[in-house]
Design a protein around this ligand. Structure first.
Ligand code: SAM
Length: 222
């Protein structure tokens, strides 16, 4: 449970050098880049692996609450880095065990992120479990805090009811605006998100539907 989770008191206390050693300047004792893309509930890490070459200039972080799954992704990334040592690939992705519903502002500064992914989040079907869903009014305000103006929240699910839930809450929130189908059609992350996560591949095999909705972070009202 949460009290076994380690998390920094604030973003400046976080040691990112272990997660992205390639981007640590040992002389100046500081990171040369900050995380800008977060995959919330990253599962087995398929999205991270495909985003890595698509966004070589960004540091990309998967957050996952399950210990074994986090360890699996960690090993997967280390193996990829070792297999591509010469080209120095996959240095820009990493994974962190954490509860994204609780500690995000401990890890990220205000406006630090440009993209957040919510791919096939747990549906929590029963009415009384809905408050456990990862998109709620309160949590959206936290996501808006760590996202920069113009940043994007990506959602995808095979559960139609959950899709409507996420769209409803995001549309009701004053700091988010839905992006159009045309926008989705030209955005490379939408293509990657649709095809690269393990859950997405499972849905594909079962020929299930995939519901997508993307939202832009609006400026704070004056
Ligand atoms: N995004 C991955 C995919 O599409 O393959 C995984 C989808 S899986 C259905 C949902 C994942 O979210 C699980 O791995 C679960 O452990 C993780 N998760 C659930 N609640 C979380 C939380 N509060 N913080 C971080 N991860 C969470």
């Amino acid at each position: 449970s949460d009290h076994q989770l380690e998390y920094p008191l604030n973003p400046d206390e976080m040691d990112w050098s272990k997660l992205y050693p390639h981007y640590y300047d040992a002389e100046r004792k500081e990171m040369t880049k900050n995380v800008t893309i977060a995959d919330i509930g990253c599962g087995f890490g398929g999205l991270l692996v495909d985003l890595s070459p698509a966004f070589p200039e960004d540091l990309i972080l998967g957050m996952e609450i399950r210990v074994q799954v986090t360890n699996y992704v960690e090993d997967r990334i280390i193996a990829l880095r070792n297999n591509h040592k010469d080209e120095e690939k996959y240095q820009n992705i990493s994974v962190l065990r954490g509860n994204a519903m609780k500690f995000l502002p401990n890890f990220f500064h205000k406006s630090q992120l440009s993209k957040m992914f919510f791919c096939f989040p747990d549906p929590h079907f029963k009415q009384r479990k809905h408050k456990a869903r990862i998109i709620t009014n309160t949590l959206l305000s936290e996501y808006a805090y760590v996202l920069k103006e113009g940043g994007v929240i990506y959602t995808i699910t095979d559960v139609e009811d959950l899709h409507h839930w996420m769209v409803k809450h995001l549309e009701e929130h004053p700091l988010f605006e839905r992006l159009s189908n045309e926008w989705e059609a030209q955005d490379k992350c939408v293509t990657i998100m649709r095809n690269s996560t393990e859950e997405g591949k499972k849905v594909e095999r079962k020929k299930g539907a995939k519901y997508i909705a993307c939202f832009k972070r609006l400026p704070n009202p004056i």
